[in-house]
Write a protein that binds this ligand. Sequence first.
Ligand SMILES: C[S@@+](CC[C@H](N)C(=O)[O-])C[C@H]1O[C@@H](n2cnc3c(N)ncnc32)[C@H](O)[C@@H]1O
Length: 275
Amino acid sequence: MFRVRPMFESAEEASRFFAHQALRTSAIRRELYRRAGIQRMKSILDAGCGTGEITSQLREITTANVTGVDIEEIFIKCARSNYGGVDFRCSDCASLPYEDCCFDMVTFHFFLMWAQKPSRVIGELLRVLKRGGVLLACAEPDYGGIIEYPENREFRKAEEEALRARGADTKIGRKLGFLLREAGLSVNQGVFASVIEGRQLVEDLRFMKDFYLRDFTQIMDEKRARTLIEKEIKIAARGKVMVTPPFFGRSQERIRRNGTLLIFAGYKVMRFWLS
Ligand SMILES: C[S@@+](CC[C@H](N)C(=O)[O-])C[C@H]1O[C@@H](n2cnc3c(N)ncnc32)[C@H](O)[C@@H]1O
């Protein structure tokens, strides 16, 4: 009855959304890039780079050659016109046009949840990563672990269902370590809680309103979708708190290959961790 709708109406709109999303993880990513030794790196791949917001930030903080790869041609065109100094390439990350062992770091952000064959993608990313290189997985969320008060289960259920209707794996966060271990990596992971509440949550929901509407109308009629979103904004305005428990992990070795692996899975920054 309802149809799967494209998430974005244009690449420019996607770019605004990705920039908003990138802001939430910017502080923690910078810290993780530093710990990964980004200053020593000569070549970095941003896999599933979308319209290039994360890729361009990587470019700003390093002298390395930075490459962004995405499967969507219109995203790559938009990235090329918005950000200079980066090699943007349109390709499926399950089959990359690069030789073995050519990147010092391979990173991704909100990517694996959208990859249709995550194991194959991880295998391919490891193929192009140099021995001793760093794989840094950023911001793979887990919608099954959200803590909120006051609760709005109907909204959370719709959010997850709508994402799944588009093909997203909404529980990729908890699977990340397992998938990487299956790929032959030694992985330590932890949960990295983040809090968003009050005015910040209301502002976030207002920004996301049209995206939610587009998402929800894949699985329900527009009137119900609007009611659900307005109700969530009202609850947020009363001082709602949302805690997302993303995963954080690090490994210094690979089981079958030499190298370093850092994982940061999650999508918001735990404030007191950074202060
Ligand atoms: C949520 S977006 C994240 C974009 C970017 N990493 C960011 O955080 O701003 C996920 C991206 O993964 C891309 N993608 C999904 N599957 C892919 C694949 N197999 N190979 C390359 N890109 C892929 C999508 O086109 C989309 O741009």
